[in-house]
Unconditional design. Sequence first.
Length: 92
Amino acid sequence: MPKYYSFKVAGYYLYFTSFCTVECMHVHASNEQLSESGSGKFFVKQNGDTLLQNRGRLNDREIGIIQAFIKQNYKEMYLKWARYSDRGFYGD
């Protein structure tokens, strides 16, 4: 499962699965297993804003930190996403 970064953000790895590249760009957040079970899922818009599709085990503070991180880094993250998918941002 491709990780956007090798480090954790708010205690969670940010990643996507190769089989979920049929959807628009999104970010899963999982603390250890890198599975969709219990992970948060954020759809990413063209301006870096996110839509929380599933909070998983994330609390409100963690969600805010992850959303701010994605907003700051979404262009770089999109380059990694685009290696696996031709789908664009959420709402395109």
